[in-house]
Design a protein around this ligand. Sequence first.
Ligand code: ATP
Ligand code: MG
Length: 298
Amino acid sequence: MLLTERRGYIDCMMLEKCCNNAARRKRTMSELDNSAEAEKPYIDIQNLTKSFTVKGERLEVLKGISLSICKGDVFGIIGLSGAGKSTLARCINRLETPDTGRVIIDGVDILSLSKSQLRRERQQIGMIFQTFNLFEAKTVYQNIAYPLAIRGVKKEKRDRRVREIAEVVGLQEKLSAYPAGLSGGQKQRIGIARALANNPDILLSDEATSALDPQTTLSILELLKDINKTMGLTILLITHELDVIKYTTRNMAVLEDGVISEAGRTGDIFANPNSATGKMFLKVYSELQESYVQGGGI
Ligand SMILES: Nc1ncnc2c1ncn2[C@@H]1O[C@H](COP(=O)(O)OP(=O)(O)OP(=O)(O)O)[C@@H](O)[C@H]1O
Ligand SMILES: [Mg+2]
């Protein structure tokens, strides 16, 4: 087989996989809860390392990360600032290329993909950012439509999808507004809608709520939980807020200076943290809870 034919064949295989994924996505979480598929790793991260060289100094950020995340899970990653959370998220969708290790998503090693295959695979992975990353000069409609336009989706279909997804995130009345005229929560809803526009299988949420007030945070977390249930999306939720992890995730991992120090059921880790960072987070958390109860102040 010629190289070009082989590439075409691989592209077709990838396209077929995308179609199969779309069909599988239609299944709800309750169906997945009862299936063996919910138990096998969907995102399989194996011994991932990543370092940066800054001013001639090598900084090891990820030091051999291994993690398994099941299809349809809401999986939390918690860690202190600088622990490597965003770097890990960016290695999963290959915005960063890891030095060593593997990232296997639904059986496909994304580190072995060509540029065109990677572009297609990335459509399966939506990402929401702490700082929203919106186009300020574009309307809400244009922001949500952007990834569809990039993919070459025809105008009529694009229009249908933008309106459909705007309704999911509750922005149907704001489509002609500009981000500057919206609240933080509404901006983050644009970010979520844009991440969902291409109907992804996976949503990477990197500190999506840390710039928001508690009530808006709650509404965004409700939205993410709802999306997980109704669309069967696998969500990787990265945060340094323990409340967010406790409220939203089924399973979690603690990232400590580039290493996973513990991982498991969220309830189990909350009940009995083993790692230094896990213990520290829980200690601060329970002290804060206690001081709320006692009405403590300065
Ligand atoms: N492109 C880069 N070039 C150089 N250093 C980087 C780069 N990206 C991240 N780092 C460094 O890697 C380390 C981990 O950064 P990362 O953003 O992954 O941390 P984080 O856990 O997401 O932190 P935060 O909670 O503050 O967002 C930091 O020391 C950071 O300065
Ligand atoms: Mg970060």
